[in-house]
Design a protein around this ligand. Structure first.
Ligand code: CFM
Length: 537
């Protein structure tokens, strides 16, 4: 198969001018563990070539939309022209459940609505006025300010405004210089948000949560209710979820994060900075989990029980897994025969293109090709490559916080020997092995896939299903191939945990075995072809 994939790759690259082909070649890799047993190197986290229709989003999207956005009681103000605020208004399906007496500002979109005049004469005064106005209206515990592109260009000092207003109002006000152009993708925005939340929110609440086993869940954003499903399981196990970063979270719960015994990291890409900083400052270790897929969920829960090493917790965990797996098995027995051998290609974000492969494996489906939009080499090849990653001007642009042990609160939860022992038993402590290790040799791994490549891949690989997002959806479906959105879940979900797995199996069966796709005729199949040429030809 690797030979055919090399051919597929060559064929796609042949459509490019030589310079573009040379660059894209490094971002399209046929997977194989070769002699070393390690996956091949891929080029990632670099600028998208001008003119290419990428799937990526901007730094502001990663900061506001992804990491800080789901925290319901932080009032969030976009400093910029109205478009950025408007288009990030409730567009990501991060759900939240407000409890009695709590604030929920998520339905609102607040923006300073910068005008030409502000661009010329400066928008800082307007921002200060907006913060005061928002405070008077909502009386929040915390306000977060997000900069959009023009703000960085005109040089408004949003951090000075935040400091002054924090002192004036007596609440937490913090700002993030997350201008859209700050990085090569939304990934830079994740890092900026991690830094700000770690500095201004984490550890700012001294009320210790109750519970024998306390955990934080990092990199889970409660899309389609995924986090609700995980909360349910943890509660049944008697494990206290101190906070999630940041699905269904609050300013209050994030403030308590340092009380946790361990951090479980779901989406490594968006939150690994937070995991590392919390370990350095408070001594909380982290391990990688994947709650997408029934087997992966069982593994993650077992790892959690092993971390605590408590026999009663282990017994409860085994019971829960046995109980919930029965329903999963029954559904698989029904649906696997209908899906076995079908193929899928998937290009999503910075973690789901990996996580969702578990569910397809359970269905007996084959992942021919997969890729991330904006992940880094470690998300593909594993964290062992981090020391060798070249720091370029774009990544140097993003502040790397220097974090050391907190003089009062640093308390290693496990000693070195304890952590080594856990690693020896297969717990991915402080580690992520990346996507390629889990993919077949000969599958095609693509970073920052673009529109042209997606079309060519469909023609050449003829997959039964494509997984991507809204930008790709209708182009693919008009060709008579179902597309499952793995960002928004197409208004479905949850897909995490055991119950989520069942939801997903059913959805995939509905899509792949639906008869509607065969009835689709693209307009060009019945209309005469139009042929044109350039005047210069
Ligand atoms: Fe992490 Fe995410 Fe993802 Fe992501 Fe995103 Fe997302 Fe995503 Mo869309 S934090 S990297 S920046 S798992 S919004 S909830 S689905 S691209 S794969």
């Amino acid at each position: 198969m690797s030979e055919t994939m090399e051919e597929v790759k060559r064929e796609i690259l042949s459509g490019y001018p030589a310079k573009v082909a040379r660059r894209r070649e490094k971002q399209m890799v046929v997977n194989g563990k070769a002699e070393s047993g390690e996956p091949p190197e891929i080029l990632a986290n670099t600028r998208t070539l001008p003119g290419v229709i990428t799937q990526r989003g901007c730094t502001y999207a990663g900061c506001k939309g992804v990491v800080v956005g789901p925290t319901r009681d932080i009032l969030q103000i976009t400093h910029g022209p109205i478009g950025c605020g408007f288009y990030s208004w409730l567009t990501r399906r991060n759900q939240s459940r407000t409890r009695e007496g709590e604030d929920n500002f998520m339905p609102y979109a607040l923006s300073t609505d910068l005008q030409d005049n502000d661009i010329v004469f400066g928008g800082e005064k307007k921002l200060r006025k907006a913060i005061r106005e928002a405070y008077d209206l909502f009386r929040p515990k915390a306000i977060a300010i997000f900069a959009t592109c023009p703000v960085g260009l005109i040089g408004d000092d949003i951090h000075a405004a935040a400091r002054d207003l924090s002192a004036e109002l007596g609440i937490t006000v913090f700002a993030m210089s997350c201008e859209g152009y700050k990085g090569v993708s939304q990934s830079a925005g994740h890092h900026i948000a991690n830094n700000a939340v770690f500095t201004h929110v984490v550890g700012k609440n001294d009320a210790s949560p109750e519970g024998e086993f306390k955990v934080n869940l990092l990199g889970e954003y409660n899309i389609g209710g995924d986090a609700f499903e995980l909360e349910r399981m943890l509660e049944e196990l008697g494990v206290t979820l101190v906070t999630t970063f940041s699905g269904n979270s609050t300013f209050v719960s994030m403030g308590q994060a340092p009380f946790a015994d361990v951090n479980m990291v779901m989406c490594h890409r968006s939150i690994n900075y937070m995991a590392e900083m919390m370990e350095a400052k408070y001594g909380i270790p982290w391990f990688k989990v994947n709650f997408i897929g029934a087997a992966a969920t069982a593994k993650a829960l077992k790892h959690l029980a092993e971390y605590f090493g408590d026999p009663a917790l282990s017994a409860r965990t085994e019971e829960l897994i046995a109980r919930e797996s029965a329903a999963v098995e029954a559904e698989l027995a029904r649906l696997r025969p209908r899906l076995e051998g079908k193929s899928v290609i998937m290009y999503v974000g910075g973690s789901r293109a990996h996580h969702y492969q578990e569910l397809f494996k359970e269905l007996g489906m084959k992942v021919l090709s997969a890729g991330y939009e904006f992940a880094h080499r470690d998300d593909y090849e594993g964290r062992r490559v981090i020391p060798g990653i070249k720091i370029d001007a774009d990544s140097r642009n993003i502040e790397q916080l220097e974090v050391g042990p907190d003089p009062e609160r640093y308390a290693p939860r496990k000693d070195k020997a304890g952590l080594e022992d856990l690693k020896g038993r297969g717990l991915p402590v402080d580690d992520y092995a990346g996507m390629m290790a889990d993919m077949d040799d000969g599958s095609l791994v693509i970073d920052d896939v673009n529109h042209y490549e997606t079309e060519r891949l469909i023609e050449l690989l003829k997959p039964d299903l494509v997984c991507a997002g809204i930008k790709e959806k209708y182009v693919v479906q008009k060709r008579g191939i179902p597309l499952k959105q793995l960002h928004s879940y197409d208004y479905g979900g949850p897909y995490a945990g055991f119950k989520g797995a069942i939801n997903f199996y059913r959805e995939i069966d509905r899509l792949v075995n639906g008869s509607v796709w065969k009835k689709i005729r693209a307009p060009w199949e019945s209309s005469p072809e139009l042929i044109g040429s350039y005047g210069s030809d």
